[in-house]
Design a binder for this molecule. Structure first.
Ligand SMILES: NC(=O)N[C@@H](CC(=O)O)C(=O)O
Ligand SMILES: [Zn+2]
Ligand SMILES: [Zn+2]
Length: 345
């Protein structure tokens, strides 16, 4: 097949940042995607409904005039989050989900939750009224190996929480392990998982072989090959519990290319090309639409997009800029390390 028409996709996990960075990256998303779940880990974080309303306006103001794009807002869960504010934002249609960052787990997560007990009142309210909880599923205790943090989170935090609040709808974001995939597959209800573009393509060798490669460093960190294969099998299976969340996370090059480089991979610009490549390799091009355009809206209770996009395969490799220039500085684009031939026309 040389051409593929699918419903316009959505991105169920995206970092847009703010100010000059936001203005520099938004078009790479709005060009292909109709909607995106917007991560709230700004500095300071998006904590209240009022913060989310103001941030949504700044995003909308940055969208190019020729694009139609709907930012789906999330609140950053803190130990002080007010259940009434979450409920009010949700009922207004402004807040689509609340995001749990274990404190210290990832970029800008210092205001995250240290003691989940303190967040129980708001989690109980969310379970009652149907607000999904998005989780960065990693423990942060120093004695747990960084490659085991997702598996330990499932066992010690996620599973107990689900037993305690079975009605709470939980999105396990950026699943990176076979453990995560198996756990989601074993669930009967109220659990789904997003999978990033890059975790379908790289394993941990990309970061470490032949020198340290900061542009392949993200959190949760890429794991060994068996995990990548499990992610590919899940993403291309058509199972409604798995959908695309790119976790495209721009950082300017100086903050990644240094002695303590930060986590995040920028994939918005070439995600659809990368995904078409992966799905074709797996003999599953006919399931790309489920992963990128159908399963996410079903989970979040939103209509699928009416518009379509066309992907076309060309003989010549597709060219992407190696860097996106923003007012904040240059951002390196994800390099899948193989030529891409599919592109959105
Ligand atoms: N994924 C990343 O490596 N980084 C994200 C944070 C996150 O999603 O954990 C970021 O905000 O830069
Ligand atoms: Zn995360
Ligand atoms: Zn993220």
């Amino acid at each position: 097949m040389q051409e593929l028409v699918i419903r316009r996709p959505d991105d169920w996990h995206l970092h847009l940042r703010d100010g000059g960075m936001l203005r520099g990256v938004i078009a790479d998303t709005s060009r292909h995607f109709a909607r995106a779940i917007i991560m709230p880990n700004l500095v300071p974080p998006v904590v209240t409904t009022a913060d989310a309303a103001a941030y949504r306006e700044r995003i909308q103001a940055a969208v190019p005039a020729e694009d139609r794009f709907e930012p789906l807002m999330t609140l950053y869960l803190t130990e002080g989050t007010d259940p009434d504010d979450v409920e009010a934002g949700y009922r207004r249609g402004l807040v689509k989900a609340v995001k749990l960052y274990p404190a210290g787990a990832t970029t800008n997560s210092n205001s995250g939750v240290r003691d989940i007990e303190k967040a129980m009142p708001v989690l109980e309210r969310m379970a009652e009224i149907g607000v999904p909880l998005c989780v960065h599923g990693e423990v942060t205790t120093a004695d747990v190996d960084i490659f085991d943090r997702e598996a330990v989170f499932i066992e010690t935090v996620l599973d107990p929480l689900r037993r305690r609040l079975p009605e709470l709808r939980i999105t396990m974001e950026h699943v990176t392990t076979k453990d995560g995939i198996d756990y989601i597959r074993s669930s009967k209800a109220n659990l789904a998982g997003s999978i990033t573009t890059h975790h379908l393509i790289i394993n941990r060798n990309a970061i470490l072989v032949g020198g340290i490669k900061p542009h392949y460093y993200c959190l949760p960190v890429a794991k060994r090959e068996t995990h990548r294969l499990a992610l590919r099998a899940a993403a291309t299976s058509g199972d409604v519990r798995f959908f695309l969340g790119t976790d495209s996370a721009p950082h300017v090059d100086p903050l990644k290319e240094c002695a303590c480089g930060c986590a995040g991979i920028y994939t918005s610009i070439n995600t659809m090309s990368c995904l078409a490549h992966v799905f074709e390799e797996e003999g599953a091009l006919d399931r790309l639409e489920a992963f990128a355009s159908l399963n996410g809206p079903a989970w979040y209770g939103l209509p699928v997009n009416e518009e379509t996009i066309t992907l076309r395969k060309s003989e010549e490799p597709v060219r992407y800029p190696a860097k996106v220039e923003t007012e904040a500085g240059p951002v390196t684009v994800f390099d899948p390390m193989f030529p891409l031939h599919w592109a959105v026309v």
